[in-house]
Design a protein around this ligand. Structure first.
Ligand SMILES: [Zn+2]
Length: 81
């Protein structure tokens, strides 16, 4: 079981990242992250995972763009001929 202050800190992480927390809660969460290795490393892992998700989403868009480019090339060719 997590200590209550860690539970609170982890629940506030999303809002913290968006900058949606009131300033004094930002302050106390930042202080907790500095002092608590567990929450700090959780935050790092979560951010690494988010980065990977964003990168994956970016990659999965590529084939569609490629397909669109190919369609345009085909359309252009059939128009030229
Ligand atoms: Zn903690």
């Amino acid at each position: 079981m997590l200590p209550p202050e860690c539970e609170t800190a982890l629940q506030q992480l999303d809002a913290f990242r968006r900058g949606d927390l009131p300033p004094e809660e930002m302050q106390s969460l930042r202080g907790h992250l500095d002092a608590c290795r567990r929450c700090f490393s959780f935050k790092l892992h979560e951010e690494a995972m988010l980065d990977r998700l964003v990168a994956a989403a970016r990659n999965s868009r590529c084939p569609e763009e490629l397909r669109a480019t190919i369609y345009q090339m085909i359309a252009k060719e059939s128009r030229d001929n």
